[in-house]
Structure formats: structure tokens, C-alpha cells
Ligand binder design. Structure first.
Ligand code: SAM
Length: 214
């Protein structure tokens, strides 16, 4: 029997990336669309999971222009084998790589857009710094990297987010960071950071944008 949309909503790979499949999938798609993502662009989805946003991006972009990396091969398989066909996109060409070092140089293209949705919320500071350097290195001229995070004031070991009911932590997953953290990490990576703030995320994540310093 084919899965119903209700049973799919409860599928383990969807809950593994945080659920809210339709809402957060569409949110990230509309976010990049609003920032100018066009079908001709190439997009790198960092920590793409099982393609919650990916299904929307693959539909929007020219064939072969969606690239995703994730450390979990099972999530990548579920995206390719279940979510893309279910969205009517089973014949589309996508580039997916399983790796945890944020190195997308093997794809051998420059990216107009990169996105890390709900990735920094699971990473310690040294991994975020590495991610910024590695993704910054594969941006095309004029390329932009958008990322979400839990924002906290300096000195907070834990922070309850009434919107969404999540508690984030300085030293453990789910992580929060300060604006000053990102100023330091981005400047070390040769990037400038813009704080866009609230972008309608249902669990209180905030939006950042990174561009190479000219
Ligand atoms: C909350 S999920 C979000 C997935 C996707 N961006 C979305 O919105 O559905 C976080 C993802 O980051 C991936 N991840 C965690 N650490 C990673 C790393 N070091 N490199 C690549 N992916 C990583 C996890 O496997 C998971 O798929």
C-alpha cells in the first residue's frame, strides 16, 4: 500500500530532520526565492538531509543545478529514493554527496547560492568556522551563503525559546551562538556577515547571510 501523506509525515527520516516537512521545506524555498534564486543558478544545500527544502529547489532549478551534502547517507538515500519520486521529480538529475567536512570542491562548480538550514543549530563553534571557510571557498563571483541559527546573548549557557519550545545551549546540541561569534568566524573565513534576524521560522531560528569580502 502506498504511504499516505499522514504516514509520511511521521516517517523516521522526516522526524530526523525535525518534522514540519511542508512548513520548513516551503519556508527555505521562499526565502531563497525572495533573495533572487533563479532557475539558472547553482545551489549548494549544506546539511540537506532528506531534501525537505531540496524537493522545492529541484523543482525550481534547471536540471542538475541542485547540489546537496550531508553526513548521513541514509537521509540522502531517503531523499533520492522516496522524497524526489513522491514529488514527481524522480527523473531529475541531482548531485548528492555524503561527507561531514563541508568540502564541496569535488563538485567542481561555483555556487550562486548556498544554504545551511538548521545545520548550525547542531554544530559546535569549530565546525561552524570550518563550514564557513569551506563553503566560502566554493562560492561563485557574487555568490551568497544563507544560514540559520539560534541567537543568544553573550554569556548564556542555556536559553529557552518560547516560540517552538526549544531550549538551546552554548556547549551542546541544539546549539546557540551570539552575533559576535559570527562576526569573528566570518572574518576569519574572509566573509562579511549580514544579520537578517527573524524570517518567520516556527522554532525561532534567525537568518544570516555571508558574502566574500571583496
Ligand atoms: C535538522 S537537519 C536539517 C536538514 C535540512 N537542511 C532540512 O532543512 O531539512 C540537520 C542536518 O545536518 C546534517 N549534518 C549534521 N552535521 C553535519 C556535517 N558535519 N556535515 C554535513 N551534514 C551534517 C544532519 O545529518 C541533518 O541532515
Amino acid at each position: 500500500m502506498p504511504p499516505t501523506s499522514r504516514s509520511l509525515d511521521e516517517a523516521p527520516w522526516r522526524t530526523a530532520v525535525g518534522g514540519l516537512w511542508d512548513e520548513i521545506g516551503r519556508l527555505q524555498y521562499e526565502l531563497l526565492l525572495g533573495h533572487g534564486l533563479r532557475p539558472r543558478h547553482r545551489l549548494l544545500d549544506v546539511g540537506c538531509g532528506c531534501l525537505r527544502g531540496g524537493v522545492h529547489f529541484v523543482r525550481h532549478l534547471e536540471d542538475g543545478h541542485y547540489y546537496g551534502i550531508d553526513s548521513d547517507s541514509d537521509l540522502l538515500d531517503k531523499g533520492r529514493e522516496i522524497e524526489l519520486p513522491r514529488a514527481g521529480l524522480g527523473t531529475r538529475r541531482v548531485h548528492l554527496a555524503c561527507r561531514d567536512d563541508f568540502d564541496a570542491s569535488d563538485f567542481e562548480v561555483g555556487f550562486d547560492f548556498a544554504l545551511a538550514q538548521s545545520l548550525f543549530t547542531h554544530l559546535p563553534g569549530e565546525s561552524i568556522a570550518l563550514c564557513l571557510a569551506r563553503v566560502g571557498a566554493v562560492l561563485a563571483d557574487g555568490g551568497r551563503f544563507f544560514a540559520t541559527f539560534f541567537e543568544a546573548p553573550a554569556g548564556k549557557a542555556s536559553l529557552a525559546h518560547p516560540l517552538g519550545g526549544v531550549t538551546s545551549y552554548r556547549e551542546s546540541d541544539p546549539y546557540h551562538q551570539t552575533r559576535a561569534d559570527f562576526e569573528a568566524w566570518s572574518s576569519a573565513a574572509g566573509l562579511e556577515v549580514t544579520h537578517h534576524g527573524d524570517f518567520g521560522h516556527p522554532r525561532d531560528q534567525r537568518l544570516l547571510e555571508f558574502r566574500p569580502i571583496r
